[in-house]
Design a protein around this ligand. Structure first.
Ligand SMILES: C[S@@+](CC[C@H](N)C(=O)[O-])C[C@H]1O[C@@H](n2cnc3c(N)ncnc32)[C@H](O)[C@@H]1O
Length: 341
């Protein structure tokens, strides 16, 4: 996966880090665990489970969620093996785990959290199961015209709110190209019959991003950056031309992209009830967890001080608009199971 501009998480294990503020993303893995176990049990051929089994996590960040994602998969594969062969998987199968993210990702924190005896191994050229948790919504670039004030596609907002059709089309076109490339690349690396497990956020068909809690929070970030520009803390011009390489797709759009790509059979598209609902409904937690995900990208554009000021304002706005967030249209958290053709 290669994306510019790079969107990476706040590293380390400090109070602002993704490592400390990613329980929302981890909770989906747990909420979808049973469905994932069923899919592995039913859709992964037992012939693929032999002496070495490789699992790859794409967009693993600095932990600890990647360990949950991978351990849940290993448990499900071992369980299937035990039930179908009557043999002990611990004695017969060596699991190999591949961690993938940007080179700017904080892999040090990730590897330090691994027990020493688990840090070595050879590099697999292919894998049996790939997982992506909350990293299936990026575009490789900001679509052309979006940040250009002279273009009819200029987007005043810092994300694709869904209200401007031309902007939405530009984002969807870019997302479609990038996601097909991603699927092509994964299809080359996966063994035939191997699975891709996609966990993440989508939209129900016809729902606009800014009608959902997550979209509202992105609007708060944009409004907070605007406030800072009004106060002269950052340049208005920079805010006007700031956009994010994110596209939260509708279910129908995701289905269409996967079908057009043609390298995988969609075995399941599960609408998962997230235990936190659509977002942690506490303005402080909401601001802190969003900062862990958006903070590094915003710092790269506006500097760390402005980023911190902006998220203080986000918390204020979330408090003021609390009932709006509670009454927003729900987004969708999914588990998509793809089997390589
Ligand atoms: C919201 S985080 C999710 C992290 C982790 N999977 C989890 O469950 O918490 C998104 C991750 O995707 C990574 N990412 C985004 N685009 C990527 C790309 N093109 N190639 C590799 N990693 C990417 C980011 O660096 C980030 O670590």
């Amino acid at each position: 996966m290669s994306t510019t501009p790079q969107w990476f998480m706040i590293g380390g294990e400090g109070p602002e880090s993704y490592n400390q503020h990613s329980s929302y993303q981890r909770a989906l893995l747990e909420a979808a665990k049973e469905k994932m176990n069923e899919a592995i049990s039913a859709k992964l051929s037992i012939d693929l489970i032999s002496n070495r089994f490789s699992v790859a996590d794409f967009g693993c960040a600095s932990g600890p969620n990647t360990f949950t994602a991978v351990q849940n998969i290993i448990d499900a594969v071992q369980d299937k093996y035990r039930k179908e062969t009557g043999q002990n998987p611990v004695e017969n199968i060596e699991f190999q785990v591949l961690f993938n993210d940007f080179t700017t990702n904080d892999f040090n924190t990730l590897f330090q959290a691994l027990p020493a005896e688990r840090r070595e191994g050879t590099i697999a050229l292919s894998f049996h199961i790939g997982v992506i948790n909350y990293a299936f919504h990026f575009t490789s670039t900001i679509p052309k015209g979006i940040t250009d004030r002279d273009s009819p596609l200029w987007n005043r907002d810092m994300h694709c709110t869904g209200f401007n059709e031309a902007v939405k089309k530009a984002y969807l076109d870019q997302y479609s190209v990038d996601t097909k490339n991603l699927l092509d690349a994964r299809a080359e690396e996966l063994v035939p019959g191997g699975l891709m497990l996609l966990f993440g956020s989508g939209l129900r068909d016809g729902v606009k991003m800014s009608e959902t809690p997550k979209g509202m929070v992105m609007d708060f970030i944009g409004a907070s950056l605007n406030d800072l520009a009004q106060q002269g803390v950052i340049e208005q011009d920079k805010v006007d031309t700031f956009s994010t390489p994110l596209y939260i797709a509708e279910e129908g759009e995701i289905r269409q992209i996967i079908k057009e790509n043609g390298k995988f059979t969609m075995e399941a598209f599960e609408d998962i009830i997230h235990p936190y609902g659509e977002f942690p409904l506490d303005p402080k937690i909401l601001a802190v967890s969003t900062r862990a995900s958006f903070g590094a990208f915003i710092t790269a554009h506006f500097g760390a001080d402005a980023m911190r000021n902006a998220f203080e304002l986000v918390e204020v706005k979330a408090r003021e608009e609390f009932s709006g967030i509670q009454n927003a249209k729900p987004g969708m958290q999914y588990l998509i199971v793809l089997r390589k053709n």
